[in-house]
Design a protein around this ligand. Structure first.
Ligand code: BES
Ligand code: MN
Ligand code: MN
Length: 456
């Protein structure tokens, strides 16, 4: 094991220059014009998996972007890890706010800046390098490993569930390992035991067949932008509670023990607010900030479009108004049930003066696990050795749709060990990854495989 760790320390610079190549591929899954780049990225991922010594590496075609699969199964009797990550990234707009180009990775003050640095190429690469260190230095891994890297996570993992269901035997494992989340804070490594789910929609309203002169027709027809504002205003009350009937029915209350555990975490509300640049925080008064983002569901408007938004003034009644909205869900809410409740509520509150269309975009189930198992303990020991500190246990407000699918279809526990930081701008301009966390993460991952082997 010492020589494996030595190998990792000696190769530090090479890891960064290789990661730069990975980050140079604009694998934006949300934009059709990047379909070719996404495929190129899948091929690059597969090539890299072959280089580090994985076997049977191939692209699994789906109706969407390919899934990259590879394995190393030469440790008979040892446990099998299913490692999951994603090679697709979020769009980069607004581009002018980036201090260096999003696909030309740049190192500044010990952090590597690029789209995908933290979410998730950097964290996937960390495990690739840990696997490589074992295979190149020891000629073997202490565990069996199956690797699944998908290209549609950022658009809801539309095709991955079918792949998992169709390949249950091939994907069978003892534990799922994922690095696609953040540490609680700088210097506070963590293990995540719950993710929120998601239900995403587009609302389209049409008032008339064309835009109208607001003087000639104003007063006689509905304004879809006003109607949309009204509809959206019916979704939440002043206290931040969602008004969709039945919305909270399946919300599992937070236990006193869990709330007490979160109060011991090193969280500073004033600093949190200041770092966000918010004049005042919002949300449900009966819940702390961590409870609001980890344990409570939300309703958000993600985008709005209607009418004249250029310079100057134009007297017009827009024909159309559009909103993208989504809800974060917590255990045990189900995205399909929430979709029905939401659509019924929108239909009820929208007046007859407009034509209404609600489109379901994508969804994902929330996930929660009992973290009292030997794999989580193994991860705790590995993180402590890699980061010099035992991890704290936390939930996350983000979503990784496949995690609950793995749990339900494969029936195995998942260990979420993320090394991003909450302020590393995932999905925003100037995304970055701290290189010491990246490096410690490679060491911790290499040790994690060793520690998981001991559970067998
Ligand atoms: N890696 C994130 C999810 C995440 C972020 C987990 C922070 C824990 C902490 C993932 O890539 C992501 O962004 N997921 C989407 C899922 C959606 C498109 C279905 C999300 O959460 O918005
Ligand atoms: Mn991610
Ligand atoms: Mn993401």
């Amino acid at each position: 094991m010492l020589s494996v760790i030595d190998f990792i320390h000696t190769n530090r610079d090479r890891y960064v220059s290789q990661l730069k190549q990975y980050l140079a591929i604009p694998s934006i899954s949300a934009l059709p014009e990047h379909t070719g780049d996404v495929r190129h990225c899948a091929e690059w991922t597969a090539e890299e998996m072959r280089r580090i010594g994985l076997e049977n590496v191939r692209l699994e075609e789906t109706p969407g972007n390919p899934i990259v699969y590879g394995e190393w199964l030469q440790a008979p009797g040892a446990p099998t890890i299913l490692f999951y990550g994603h090679y697709d990234v979020q769009p980069v707009d607004p581009l002018d706010l980036w201090e260096s180009p999003p696909f030309d990775a740049t190192v500044r003050d010990g952090e590597i800046y690029a789209r995908g640095a933290a979410d998730d190429k950097g964290q996937v690469f960390m495990h690739f390098k840990a696997i490589e260190a074992h295979l190149k230095q020891a000629g073997r891994l202490p565990v069996n490993i199956k690797v699944v890297i998908e290209g549609e996570e950022e658009v809801g993992s539309k095709n991955l569930d079918d792949f998992v269901r169709a390949n249950k035997a091939r994907l069978a494992a003892n534990v799922v390992v994922i690095s696609d989340s953040a540490m609680f804070d700088r210097g506070v490594p963590s293990i995540c035991y719950s993710l929120r789910g998601l239900a995403y929609f587009q609302i389209d309203l049409r008032g008339t067949k064309s835009d109208l002169h607001s003087g000639v027709f104003g007063g006689a027809v509905a304004n879809p932008a006003m109607v949309l504002a009204h509809v959206l205003a019916q979704m939440k009350d002043k206290g931040g509670r969602i008004k969709i009937p039945g919305f909270y029915d399946d919300v599992r209350p937070l236990s006193d023990a869990e709330r007490a555990a979160w109060r011991t975490l090193p969280f500073n509300e004033k600093k949190y607010r200041k770092d966000l640049g918010a004049p005042k925080l919002a949300g449900e008064k009966e819940f702390s900030v961590l409870e609001r983002v980890w344990g409570r569901p939300t309703f958000e408007v993600n985008g709005l479009l209607s009418g004249f938004t250029g310079d100057g003034a134009k007297t017009v009644i827009p024909a159309l108004a559009m909103a993208k909205v989504s809800m974060r869900l917590v255990p045990n809410q189900h995205p399909d049930k929430i979709a029905e409740l939401f659509e019924a509520h929108v239909r009820k509150v929208a007046p007859k003066t407009v034509e209404l269309k609600v489109t379901r975009m994508h969804g994902g189930k929330p996930w929660i696990t009992d973290y009292d198992n030997p794999f989580v303990q193994a991860a705790g020991r590995a993180i402590e050795q890699g980061f010099g500190k035992a991890p704290v246990f936390c939930r996350e407000g983000g979503s990784i749709p496949v995690v609950s699918t793995f749990q339900e279809e494969l029936g195995v526990p998942a260990v979420l060990f993320g090394v991003g930081l909450p302020d590393e701008n995932a999905h925003a301009p100037n995304e970055r990854l701290d290189l010491s966390n990246f490096h410690n993460g490679i060491v911790a991952s290499a040790i994690l495989y060793e520690e998981i082997a001991k559970t067998g």
